[in-house]
Design a protein around this ligand. Sequence first.
Ligand SMILES: [Zn+2]
Ligand SMILES: [Zn+2]
Ligand SMILES: [Zn+2]
Length: 94
Amino acid sequence: MEARPIKGERCHICGDTKAPLVKIPCCNKWVCCDTKFVSIRGGGRCEYQHEAYSACHFHYNEKHEGSWKECKECREFFGEEEFNYELKKSSSFP
Ligand SMILES: [Zn+2]
Ligand SMILES: [Zn+2]
Ligand SMILES: [Zn+2]
């Protein structure tokens, strides 16, 4: 999907209203995506961050069952501390 700014929408991670947005399939939310810098700086925008590091996307990508927040496999993979950090972070995800 092509990233473009969407009127009335904003990135659900950083809150940027003017950045190009894409809907990420793992949690079905709009996040910003900087297509121009992807190959040079390795992303940097929320879409890349989310796909590279989040339990949410990992869970989706590995096709685990149910919600990642209750997923034992994800908890084991990320480890207790990291997983709790992810949970905390996602609760501030509007
Ligand atoms: Zn963002
Ligand atoms: Zn997600
Ligand atoms: Zn999982």
